[in-house]
Design a protein around this ligand. Structure first.
Ligand code: HEM
Length: 310
């Protein structure tokens, strides 16, 4: 067997400051790197793209994994249930029912609301010529949009955002001790809040996403109360931190490349491709995890279920 692949430490302060030199070194060293106990990193784009579609890998980690990550309690139970961590057939079923309700048309209906919201949030910056873009736009915007989508009243936005942020810190392989209690408390708060809202929508349906999820039906199959609650709470995180990072990274990139900013200002039809480029250039999510279910070969090594490579 050849020498062990290089080790990758995602928590190294130098990596957090600027991961790209490390990624480049790892890619050049080989297709695999050592990541943590029983866990390996795949360094090259073509391998990652192929593996994401490979049925020999799965997303359904044992419940013990979630409890090891975040400690025993409601947060670990919640992670084990959400669609992100389910495999077929459960994943296919949840995804079909959820995406039947959460359609591009539902998002398009929010367009005017979003445009007005961005104008309002940016008004002080336009008046003063100064903005902290994270505080003024990136942080408040996503939770307001997702809340509008769910029909959450503005008075609850701050609480929802605070709890979503705390839960967000728990989507990690190992959650630091200080964040664990927060994650359990926040998942309990968010589940209870969304559960009550769902009961209200059941009695009095509206044109919000929660009402659409209650109506969602596929050949007689429907989402249960708990499935809607869990996956709605998940979408707060899924759509929240990701979008905060996309907006922030996009602004940061434009300040670093003023020629690109000038191009974009001169031709706003470039915005959709600029967003794609922001996602590529400084990805809001820098990695995803999969469980090896059957042996997979990468480079000169074959993985075994359970995390070892030989
Ligand atoms: C810049 C914005 C976003 C980025 C970069 C992003 C990125 C991702 C990635 C990489 C995954 C796959 C994770 C994996 O397979 O391990 C994912 C899944 C998911 N995201 Fe997003 N996301 C964004 C916005 C949103 C929004 C706004 C929502 C909803 C409000 C959302 C809902 C979901 C859901 C429900 C899944 C799970 C899908 C499944 O398991 O089939 N995301 N996202």
């Amino acid at each position: 067997m050849d020498g062990l692949p290089s080790r990758f430490d995602a928590l190294d302060p130098a990596v957090r400051e600027d991961p790209y030199p490390t990624y480049s070194r790892l890619r050049a060293a080989g297709p695999l790197c050592r990541f943590g106990p029983g866990s390996w990193g795949v360094t090259r784009h073509a391998d990652v793209v192929a593996l994401q579609k490979d049925p020999r890998l799965g997303s359904e980690f044992p419940e013990a994994y979630h409890h090891m990550s975040v400690g025993e309690g409601p947060a670990g139970d919640f992670f084990a249930r959400i669609m992100l961590y389910r495999d077929p057939p459960d994943h296919v079923r949840l995804r079909r029912l959820m995406s039947g309700a959460f359609t591009p048309a539902v998002v398009r209906r929010l367009r005017a609301y979003m445009e007005k919201l961005v104008e309002d949030l940016m008004a002080p910056a336009l008046a003063t010529g100064y903005s902290d873009i994270v505080r003024d736009l990136a942080y408040p915007l996503p939770v307001m949009v997702i809340s509008e989508l769910m029909g959450i009243p503005p008075a609850a936005h701050d609480d929802v955002r605070r709890h979503a942020m705390r839960l967000g810190r728990a989507f990690s392989a190992i959650v630091p001790e200080r964040d664990r209690a927060d994650a359990h408390e926040s998942v309990t708060w968010l589940r209870s809040y969304i559960g009550c809202l769902l009961d209200q929508r059941r009695a009095e349906p509206g044109d919000d996403l929660l009402s659409a999820l209650l109506r969602a039906e596929d050949g007689g199959d429907r989402l249960t109360h708990d499935e809607i609650v869990d996956n709605t709470v998940f979408s707060f995180f899924a759509g929240f931190e990701t979008t905060v990072h996309l907006i922030t990274n996009g602004f940061a990139a434009l300040t670093r490349f003023p020629d690109q900013l000038r191009r974009l200002r001169a031709d706003p039809s470039l915005v959709p491709s600029a967003v794609e480029e922001f996602l590529r250039f400084e990805a809001p999510i820098q990695g995803t995890a999969r469980l090896v279910r059957e042996p997979v070969r990468i480079g000169s090594r074959t993985s075994a279920p359970g995390g070892s490579w030989c």
